[in-house]
Design a protein around this ligand. Structure first.
Ligand code: NDP
Length: 459
């Protein structure tokens, strides 16, 4: 019993030392299959016009072999490596050398030096928040190039998509391996390291909590936000340019995907300071899961809808397009308002108004690794009184809208909603497990007050 208690307490402090078999098998499975999944989807678009069943049928009917599929896939190229090296170096340059000035003249935007949440060891890190500025500069240059300079074609990303995949994999694996070695040899904060005793788990889920080089190069903030998320909108623009080049027009579905995903990306950068308080930064350690995921999984699989629309230029009926737009905007509204309510509530420690009323909450206490007792509050009004993760519900509605923009001809563009559902339900379970060990009986009082996780009365 005492062991149980110690284990559960150390769990939320990020010091768990035992890995159960299920976690281990999941980790090794992900490590082996995730790169294959990314390759499969991109290859299916390139060789099979986005059919994900045809490659399997071809293999089964001996129309193709694994080797012939592999041989047809564009391989690594030095020109793609050059493009990617310039891209990543440019993002590092913007991140490190341009302290934020946009917060000085954009009302309501929080940028510049900001504090993150308290780490398990009780540390509070400072971050240079300049993501919006980097996004704006990058996109201004992109448009300047497309309309004025013509240094490169706006289809450059699409044209090098598979060769770039090898480059992103190299960076993803290199950065995760570096983080793994760094955690053993020169961790940024040894107190915040989590060693489980299992090498695969350590590599995959990370050891260091906030690895940094120097005072400001924060691995999590950089790799999570850029190059992946800054690239997201550029990748979509490149797909749009390719559609124009191939067919001489741009479909309303392509515009919908570009607009809805651009809202999501801009929202991310507008709220980058808030993002410091989300699970990725607050609780996850930096390993292959984040490093490789940010470099490869995110740019390749979050942009599948745009890629699909290059091969299938779907023109939606007005009613369909309007329904998708509405679903996307309502989803975004729920996602943003829910996140905003928690942020406002935590920032003002409850001295605020939610839905026109004084908020209600549950008082909690918890202990950090240094033994100190801390107080916290769990909001029970606004969207947080509807369900315990209503922000995820909004996110899922938005994700469904991206997929539904592509019509119903193929299942490939629907991968995103399947993946997001698995990700967010798993995250929900993971987060609740952590909160339960952190807050103990106070968490139970909260789940009694707000019984549903995602959909009121259903789940
Ligand atoms: P949340 O923003 O929901 O944060 C969860 C944390 O908030 C908990 O660990 C707890 O932390 C605190 N908390 C929980 N309940 C309450 C409450 N009632 N009142 C106050 N605080 C509470 O989760 P995420 O960080 O996972 O997600 C942030 C957003 O990012 C979501 O909208 C999600 O949809 C989105 N997201 C998108 C992804 C994508 O790939 N597109 C991936 C992941 C997330 P504490 O210890 O501080 O109490």
């Amino acid at each position: 019993m005492k062991d149980e208690l110690l284990r559960s307490k150390s769990d939320h402090l990020g010091k768990r030392r035992e890995v159960d078999w299920f976690s281990l098998i999941s980790v090794i499975g992900l490590l082996c299959f995730a790169p294959f999944i990314v390759f499969y989807f991109v290859m299916a678009c390139d060789q099979y016009e986005c059919s994900i069943t045809q490659p399997v049928l071809d293999l089964y009917q001996e129309e193709a072999t694994l080797l012939s599929i592999w041989a047809r896939a564009p391989s690594f190229s030095w020109s793609a490596a050059k493009i990617y090296a310039i891209w990543v170096s440019f993002q590092v340059f913007l991140y490190m050398c341009f302290p934020d000035i946009t917060h000085k003249f954009i009302p309501g935007y929080v940028g510049g030096v900001q504090e993150g949440a308290r780490t398990p060891a009780g540390l509070i890190n400072k971050y240079e928040i300049n993501g919006l500025q980097c996004w704006l500069i990058t996109h201004a240059l992109w448009f300047a190039n497309a309309h004025y300079f013509h240094w490169f074609s706006p289809t450059i990303i699409f044209d090098n998509w598979i060769p770039l995949l090898w480059c992103t994999n190299i960076l993803g694996c290199a950065v995760s391996t570096f983080a793994f070695i760094k955690a053993h040899l020169f961790p940024t904060n040894a107190e915040d390291c989590k060693f489980t005793g299992n090498i695969f788990y350590n590599y995959m889920m990370g050891i260091e909590f906030n690895p940094r080089i120097g005072k400001w190069f924060d691995f999590k903030l950089f790799f999570n936000g850029r190059p992946g998320i800054v690239a997201w909108t550029l990748i979509n623009l490149s797909y749009m340019a390719k559609q124009q080049e191939l067919y001489g027009y741009i479909t309303n579905s392509m515009i919908l995907v570009n607009v809805l995903q651009a809202i999501y990306v801009l929202d991310f950068f507008w709220n980058e300071a808030w993002y410091l308080k989300t699970i990725d930064i607050c609780h996850d350690h930096f390993g292959w899961y984040l490093g490789w995921g940010d470099c490869v999984w995110l740019p390749y699989l979050y942009t599948l809808q745009g890629l699909y629309l290059v091969y299938h230029p779907v023109q939606l009926s007005d009613a369909h397009a309007l329904a998708v737009l509405l679903l996307g905007l309502v989803g975004y509204y729920i996602f943003r308002s829910t996140n905003h309510q928690k942020d406002l509530f935590r920032r003002t420690e409850g001295s605020c108004s939610i839905w026109g009323r004084k908020p209600t909450w549950i008082e909690c206490t918890y202990r950090s690794a240094d033994g100190g007792m801390h107080r916290s509050k769990l909001l029970t009004s606004g969207f947080w009184g509807v369900a315990r993760h209503f922000n995820y519900t909004g996110d899922l509605m938005g994700s469904l809208a991206y997929c539904a923009s592509c019509g119903f001809g193929h299942i490939l563009p629907y991968f995103y909603i399947v993946y997001m559902t698995i990700l967010l339900v798993h995250r929900c379970v993971r987060d609740e497990h952590r909160c339960s060990s952190k807050y103990g009986k106070d968490w139970k009082r909260y789940t009694d007050a707000v019984p549903s996780r995602l959909i009121p009365g259903v789940f």
